[in-house]
Design a protein around this ligand. Structure first.
Ligand SMILES: [Zn+2]
Length: 99
C-alpha cells in the first residue's frame, strides 16, 4: 500500500491480472453501445476497462472466467476478447509503446 499517490483517480484495475495501476501504463478498452474496442487515445466515450500492455495480462483476460466486468458493466464474449487481444498484440508487435 502506498499512501503517497496523488489520488487514486488515475488508478485502474487490469482486466487481466486485477492489479491496479496508473492508466497511462495501460491500454483502454471502451464499451460504446454494442461495440467493444481498443481505445488507444483513451478518449472514447462510454465505459472503459483497462489492460496492462503485457502478454500475460492479455492471456489472462482472454481466459478469464469473469462473467461481467464491473468497470464495463457488461459481458465480453470470447469473440470480443479475441478481437481486443489481437489488436493489442498487433500494437505490441509493431513495437510502439510497449510499456
Ligand atoms: Zn495486468
Amino acid at each position: 500500500m502506498q499512501k503517497r499517490r496523488p489520488s487514486h483517480k488515475g488508478l485502474r484495475s487490469c482486466l487481466g491480472c486485477g492489479a491496479r495501476d496508473e492508466r497511462q501504463t495501460m491500454v483502454r478498452i471502451a464499451a460504446t453501445g454494442d461495440r467493444i474496442e481498443v481505445d488507444p487515445t483513451q478518449r472514447l466515450s462510454g465505459r472503459g476497462g483497462y489492460l496492462h500492455r503485457r502478454r500475460d495480462c492479455l492471456e489472462r483476460f482472454l481466459n478469464s472466467r469473469v462473467k461481467e466486468f464491473r468497470s464495463l458493466k457488461r459481458r465480453i464474449n470470447r469473440e470480443e476478447r479475441l478481437h481486443i487481444v489481437s489488436s493489442i498484440r498487433e500494437r505490441l508487435d509493431s513495437g510502439t509503446s510497449v510499456a
